[in-house]
Design a protein around this ligand. Sequence first.
Ligand code: ADP
Ligand code: MG
Length: 738
Amino acid sequence: MSGREEAGFNTCPRSSTDRTFPCGGKGYRFESCRGRMALTLETPLSQLPRIGKKYYKQFHKLGLNIVRDLLYYFPHRYDDFSNIVPIAKLELHKTATIQGKILDIKSTQTFQRRITLVEAIVQDKTSIIKAIWFNQYFIAQILKKGQQVSLSGKLKLGSKGYYLSNPSYEIMRFTPHQKFGGGLTHTAGLIPVYPETAGITSRVIRFALKMSLPIINQIKEFLPSEIIKNQNLPPLKTALKEIHFPKTKISAEKARNRLAFDELFLIQLSVIQQKQVLQKQIAKAIPFNKELVQSFVKSLPFQLTNSQKIAAWDILQDIAKPMPMNRLLNGDVGSGKTVVAAIAALEVAKTGSQVAFMAPTEILAQQHFKEISKLLKRFKLKIGLLTSSTGKIFYKGKTDPEKKSKISNGASIVIGTHALIQKGVVFRDLALIIIDEQHRFGVEQRATLQKAATIPHFLTLTATPIPRTLALTIYGDLDISLLKEMPKGRQKIITKIVAPANRQQAYEFIRQQIKQGQQAFVICPLIEESEKLAAKGEPRHRREVKSVTQEYEKLTKEIFPDLKIAMLHGKMRPKEKEEIMTQFKDKKTNVLVSTSVIEVGIDIPNATVIMIEGSERFGLAQLHQFRGRVGRGKHQSYCFLFTDSPAKTTQARLKALLKCENGFELAEKDLKIRGPGELYGVRQSGLPDLAMANLGNLPLVEQTRKEANNLLDKDSELKNYPLLQEKLKEFHRTVHFE
Ligand code: ADP
Ligand code: MG
C-alpha cells in the first residue's frame, strides 16, 4: 500500500478538521460512526466505514470477508512500545516510544535521489529530537506543528546528528473516559503486528480491528464451562480482545493459548466423532485362519520381525470384527510393510472376498504386483493389475487383457493405482482396501465405496513417520501400528554432506561404484533458474521437468559421457516411466536422474549411491526416504547431500541426517523446525493457523484430547451443547484432513 492511500483514511469524513484515527480523542469518534453503522459479526468488510471500500479486495485475498473473519485474524507478533522513554534517555539503535510536542514539521525533496523527506522536531520535558520519514510525504499533511504526538522507532545517527528513523506515529488527545494517550493504537503498549500481505499493512488491520472490537461482545462462548474451569482458560471474549490488543505479554500468551485450545479441541471432536461414525458401519468379518497364516509365514524366506508379527496380529484381529478397520501401518523405509499387508490380503482373498491394493504411482503398482504375486504364489489366487494407462486389467501370464468390469468376477486381489476406485470399476465383494504410501484414505473416496451394504476394511501403509502429536490430532481417527525395528542384517548407509569444492570427488566415487557394477540415483529439486520461471507463473511440474532435464544434460555431456544415464519425472507417460524403471532395474542404465517421484517405495537393490542436489530444499524425513532408496541389497551404500546454502541452520539441519537413522526422530525434528505443513499435507487441509502452530505442542494436544474424550463420553452427539455443535459444523466446512 502506498503512503498516499494510507493517508486517505486518516481523515474522518465527517469532520474536516479532525486528522487522526477515529479512536480516542475529541470530536467525531468511532462511537458516533458506529452508531450509524451498526456493525455485526456478519457485516461484510466492504462495509467497514472508510476503509471497507478501499481494502475489501485485499481483505478478501487474505481470506477475510466478514467482521468475524477479521476478529479471527491473529497477529503473529507484537511490537513492544510499552517502553516510553524520555528523549534524553534514548539509546542509539534501540527502538523506543517517545511522547512530545511537534515544534516544527516540514517536507523536503532530495533532488539527486528523488526522495521525499519529512522532518519533525519533537520536544518533551527532557530534550529535543528529530524524526525523519522517508518517502512518506503525506505525513506532513497529517502531523501539524503544536500537536502532541507519540512516536515509536529506532534512534539512528546521521551526518546531521541523531534522529528517529521512520517512527510509527500517532496524535495524542484527551478522551472523556480515557486518560491522556489511553486510546493509542499504533504507538503505545504491545502493538499487534499482522502477517502483511496482499497490500494491506498492520496499521490498516489494527484500524479495522479497533472499529470492530465492540462487536466481540456479540460472540457467544461455545466451550462448555466445566472445560473453561478445568483448563483455567480466559473467556472467549477476553481472549479475542487480548490477542489483538493485549494489556501485558502474559495476557497475550493466555489469549493465544485459549484460542489454540479451541482449534485443537475442534480437531479432536472431529476426529473422534469421525471414528465413531465409522465404527457404526458394517464391514465383513474375516475370521482368523490360523493354519493359513502359519503356512504363509513358513513359506517366507526370512523370519518376521517382532513388530511385523504384532502389526499383523493387530490387523487380523481388526478385520475379524464386523466393523471396518481403519488402521495405519507406519514403518520406516524397508521395515517390511508389504509382507504384513500381504498376510491380511491373503486371509481376505481366501474367504472368497476381494482385496484392492492401491499404490500412488504406476511404477509402484507394477512393483507390488510382482512382489505380491511372488509372495502369494503357492496359494493359487487370481491376482490382477489395473492402472489408468492400461485401462484394463492384466493377469500374470496372460497376454490378452480383460475389461475393467471383469473385476467383478475376476481377481481376488487387484493391485493398481487410483484407477481402482474409479467409476466403472465394480467389485464383486470388496472387503479390504490397502493403500500404500499415502497418508490416509479420504472421506470422499470412502464415500464412493460406501454404496454397498458393507464397507471395506481400510489399511494404510506409510513410511512417513507420524509423530505422537499428529497421531493424537489429525490422525486421531486412525488406529496405528508401528514397525519399530528393521529386519536383521540391514547395513548402515554412509551419509555425507558434500561441500561444493568436493563435487568432482563425489562424481569420481560414483564412477568407481559403477565400475564395480553398482548403480546410482541423482535427485533434483527445483533449481534456481526455474524458480525465476515460477515467478512468471510456470507450473511446478514444468519447472521440475526443466530442472531434471538440465541435470540430465550436464551428466550425459560433461560428467559421465561414457555412462548410460536415464531420466525420470512425473510428467512422463506411465508407459515411458515404467520402461525407464525396468531398464534401471535390469541394470541397462547406470545412473537414474529423477525428481522426487522416486521417493516412494522403489526397490532397486543394486543401487548403492544416491546423490541429492539442493538437499536444503527437502524436509529431513523426505531426505531420509530418498536415502532409503539405497542400502537395500548386500553392498555398502552411500548418500551424498549437496547444498549450495552456506547457512548455518541448513548445515545443522542436514547434520541431523548424518547422526540419525531413525525416521521418527527425524520427523520430530522436522516438525519442530518446519512445522507440519508440507510433509503431512496439512497445508492444504485448511487448518487454522494456531492449530497448525500447535500441532507439535504435546501438552496442549493431550489436554484437548482428554477434554474431547470426556465430553463425547458424556454426550456423544453434543446434544447439550448446541453452540459447540454449531461451531464444529462451521469448522467442518473449512477443514478436511486428506
Ligand atoms: P517397506 O516397509 O519400505 O515397504 P518392503 O515391504 O518393501 O519395505 O520390504 C523391504 C524388503 O525387506 C523387501 O525386499 C522384503 O522382502 C524384505 N523383508 C521384509 N520383511 C523382512 C524380514 N522380516 N526379514 C528380512 N527381510 C524382510
Ligand atoms: Mg513399501
